[in-house]
Design a protein around this ligand. Structure first.
Ligand SMILES: *Cc1c(COP(=O)(O)O)cnc(C)c1O
Length: 226
């Protein structure tokens, strides 16, 4: 335990950045901490990790309270039910999983009520997997039109959870597709989307080579879950 897992991930991120001619500062390491107890997050904070992403609202709220004394940056990365939005809008800096209009409307309502702008990523379903969330690539443009009308919601980029492949190289086409979709949206709407949230424990190096700006790492940092 200790800081070793973080140091190893950090080294691999640096090497992937070097290989692909990118700066280390361009890539944010997010600790995907679902199922991990608060004291482990505290340990990793002491090792230098600041950003954590949670998947379940209930579990997040508990850790949020337990770790209130630390200046953590919380993201929400899991599927989000509209009726839970009100519990998290004033606690997370970025929601990675905006994927439908009903959720957009709820975010707009709750953010406006608090006089804030909620920063989000639009999750894209690249593999056509029905069990996963995400907007289909073909519907992304029209979804963005709605997003741009919402004054309380600011889209900073795209996120994906591609289908699992034993060989991480086989995930590369999904990552490069997400990067191209981002470029298309930027061109279409004349805006800049700073973030691509892609890459997990087994494929983050490929994701960095393809332009990831946020990698979400769980297993490598915290060990296998339950
Ligand atoms: C669990 C999770 C991760 C991290 O997965 P690992 O394979 O454990 O690194 C990343 N993103 C999301 C959305 C997750 O739910």
């Amino acid at each position: 335990m200790g800081c070793k897992s973080l140091e190893e991930v950090e080294e691999r991120i640096q090497r992937a950045c070097l290989r692909s001619g990118r700066k280390r500062e361009e890539v944010l390491l997010l600790g995907a901490s679902k199922g991990v107890q608060a004291h482990r997050l505290r340990e990793l904070f002491q090792c230098g990790l600041r950003t954590f992403g949670e998947n379940r609202v209930q579990e997040f709220l508990k850790k949020y309270e337990e770790l209130r004394d630390l200046p953590l940056d919380w993201h929400f990365i899991g599927r989000l039910q509209s009726n839970k939005v009100k519990y998290i809008v004033d606690k997370v800096s970025l929601i990675h999983s905006l994927d439908r209009r009903s959720l957009l409307e709820e975010l707009e309502k709750r953010a406006q009520a608090r006089g804030k702008v909620q920063e989000v990523l639009v999750e894209v379903n690249l593999g056509g997997e029905e069990t996963k969330g995400g907007v289909e690539p073909g519907k992304l443009k029209s979804f963005f039109e709605d997003c741009l009308r919402a004054k309380g919601v600011k889209v900073l980029g795209l996120m994906c959870i591609p289908p699992y492949r034993e060989d991480p190289q086989e995930v590369r086409p999904f990552f490069s597709l997400l990067r191209r979709l981002k470029s298309q949206i930027e061109l279409e709407f004349g805006l800049v989307l700073p973030h691509l949230s892609m890459g997990m424990s087994h494929d983050f190096e490929v994701a960095i080579e393809e332009g990831a700006t946020i990698v979400r790492i769980g297993t490598l940092l915290f060990g296998p879950r339950g």
